[in-house]
Design a protein around this ligand. Structure first.
Ligand code: G6P
Length: 608
């Protein structure tokens, strides 16, 4: 989704803004632009397409001198992705420029009002109303104009503003869209997320909704929505620059796949003490769990699929009913939630608009909210009663890998933790589970090693136009995530079905040469899955099986097999997804796809 950056200091702003925008590319975008203040004027350049186009236009920033400015990557919502709709947007008098991430829901009414007052519009965006409102309210005091403008806006925004009359000052405002302030020495920044800043500073201020900041080279002042100065804590970011770079890999996605053993270790190890799961910041008592009649898991995309696997594990270990709900559906479903419900919200970015809305909805109905989230200080983390961080480090590729597997690990730990407290399992059994959880980083490493030659399979299957993924129980969850990875980065039609559902429709589509990827790792149901494999083989399908290391039976039907190590069956999803991550990576690579930044997708979906 859109990304914004701002800089004010004593060096040329444009190269720094371009660098920042490059770091935000992974969020997904289709046009980009920057504006700087220089000699009492605002200079602005924007263009559709990639940031390299923008860099070319302004000689990597050298052609746009000025010590403060704002930049933007746009992911089109209102108006097609072209030069005109790209941000920054300029006021009619040329004194103000703004960048915006979010959606202004009442923009039509505001647009009509502004048109009737003689303001003219260039673009089709909802954003442009903001800059004209600032011009309308500006009477020599930018802070006042900014406040009056924000009071008129409905919807979500992270906003950056510059004004030619106060060339070293930036304003940054936040309402339901991500925005952080970077505090440097003699220079200050704002950005949609820390990846754009960590090259320059690790000292950040997290703004709350309704707050806004005034940035000058030597100071940052934060105000509440009524303009009263507030003291904000400066937080030190733990992520390092290296973690947000490719480190010799061709793509972030491959790097992040390979990082999984380390990421899982970072997620699991600190939470295991004396053979028990211990969460640093919270405690669920046996009493609270006894009072819980239902657990609802909510999320979007891969995080939702992690939640699907979590349902199986929590129900099996804790015997508490769990439903996993798409956040975009849950938020509008008049959900049956009470103070006896635990809501588990899962999000890598912590900024997914639907997940946030579903959390608010359930919280208002009394649910206790536990968030599983990767980004510290994100909105999901702030909204939750308790947070369990995944500690995966920055994930840059749009298609999540280590974000997803670390979410699984947290769900496994949470299920074990709850089972121990409710007494559904003996403490001995819980200790065994804890040991199995501790093996996950090694299991994932083994899954990577076993599938080192996936490149060949990627080549073989890259010309398929569609794929079916089938599996049962938690193998089905593996399929859901595997099919999503394939769609996201290879643009192939990849659909996952519970294997038992084949007969109820999808089998009509199976014919000669149709690729079926069959996950058959869940041993208890192996024979059932094998029957489904036979059914598709009998209709001419080509089968790629995913099976446990050492399983020979699979070869009686499958044309190719990818192996994963034998683990506790309940926790197998984390290792079993690895070959599918690698397969989609190599299929996409073979087909020349833009793996880290797939078309139309955004890493962090901050609008509905
Ligand atoms: C987007 C991404 C998906 C991701 C989903 C949820 O759709 O493209 O890869 O799974 O958002 O993101 P979250 O940050 O909430 O985990």
């Amino acid at each position: 989704m859109c990304g914004i950056v701002g800089f004010t200091g004593r060096q040329n702003a444009a190269p720094i803004l371009l660098e920042g925008l490059k770091k935000l590319e992974y969020r997904g975008y289709d046009s980009a632009g920057i504006a700087v203040t220089n000699e009492g004027k605002i200079s602005l350049v924007k263009t559709s397409g990639k940031i390299v186009n923008l860099c070319e236009k302004i000689d990597n920033g050298a052609a746009l001198p000025g010590f403060s400015g704002i930049g933007h990557t746009r992911w089109a919502t209102h108006g097609v992705p072209n030069d005109i709709n790209a941000h920054p947007h300029l006021s009619n008098d040329g004194k103000f420029a703004i960048v915006h991430n979010g959606i202004i829901e009442n923009y039509i009414v505001l647009r009509e009002e502004l048109l009737s007052k003689g303001y003219t519009f260039e673009s089709d965006t909802d954003t442009e109303v903001i800059v004209h409102l600032i011009e309308m309210y500006y009477k020599g005091n930018l802070k006042e104009a900014v406040m009056k403008t924000s009071a008129r806006l409905e919807g979500s925004y992270a906003l950056g503003v510059i004004c030619s009359e106060c060339p070293d000052t930036l304003y940054a405002m936040k309402q339901a869209s991500p925005l952080i302030i970077g505090v440097g020495v003699g220079e200050n920044f704002f950005a949609s997320d820390v990846t754009a800043l960590i090259n320059y500073t690790k000292n950040v201020i997290y703004l709350e909704d309704g707050e806004f900041a005034e940035l000058r080279p030597d100071d940052v002042t934060v105000y509440d929505c009524r303009g009263r100065k507030i003291d904000k804590e400066i937080t030190r970011v733990v992520w390092d620059v290296e973690a947000a770079e490719k480190g010799g890999y061709e793509h972030f996605m491959l790097k992040e796949i390979m990082e999984q053993p380390r990421a899982l270790k970072a997620t699991i190890e600190p939470r295991i003490k004396d053979g028990h799961v211990v969460f640093e910041d919270f405690e669920l008592t046996a009493e609270e769990l006894k009072n819980t009649d239902r657990i609802v898991i909510t999320a979007c995309g891969s995080a939702y699929y992690a939640g699907c696997a979590g349902k199986y594990v929590i129900e099996e270990l804790c015997r508490i009913p769990v439903s996993t709900e798409l956040a975009s559906e849950l938020r509008y479903s008049n959900p049956i939630i009470s103070d006896r419900t635990i809501l588990i919200a899962i999000s890598q970015s912590g900024e997914t608009a639907d997940t946030i809305a579903a959390m608010k909805e359930c919280k208002a109905r009394g649910a206790k909210v536990i968030a599983i989230v990767n980004v510290v200080g994100s909105t999901v983390a702030k909204l939750a009663d308790h947070v369990i961080y995944t500690w995966a480090g920055p994930e840059i590729a749009v298609a999540t890998t280590k974000g997803y597997t670390t979410q699984l690990a947290v769900l496994y730990m949470l299920a074990t933790y709850m089972a121990e407290r409710t007494g559904t399992l003996s403490s001995e059994k819980c200790r065994e589970l804890v040991q199995d959880i501790c093996h996950i980083p090694g299991d994932i490493q083994r899954a990577i090693d076993l599938n080192a030659d996936t490149r060949e399979l990627g080549r073989k299957y890259s010309k398929c136009t569609s794929m079916f993924f089938i599996g049962r129980n938690i193998d089905y969850c593996v399929c859901l995530e595997g099919a999503l990875k394939m769609k996201e980065i290879s643009y192939l039609r990849a659909e996952a079905y519970a294997a038992g559902e084949l007969k109820h429709g999808p089998i009509a589509l199976i014919g000669d040469g149709q690729l079926v990827i069959a996950a058959a790792c869940y041993e208890e149901l192996f024979d059932k899955t094998m029957s489904n494999i036979k059914e598709v083989k009998a209709r001419g399908a080509e089968v790629l099986g995913i099976a446990l290391e050492g399983n020979r039976k699979i070869f009686t039907e499958a044309d190719d097999v990818m192996f994963v190590p034998k683990t506790n069956p309940l926790f197998n999803t984390a290792a079993a997804v690895v070959p599918l991550q690698l397969l989609s990576y190599y299929v996409a690579k073979e087909n020349g796809c833009d793996i880290d930044k797939p078309k139309n997708l955004a890493k962090s979906v901050t609008v509905e």
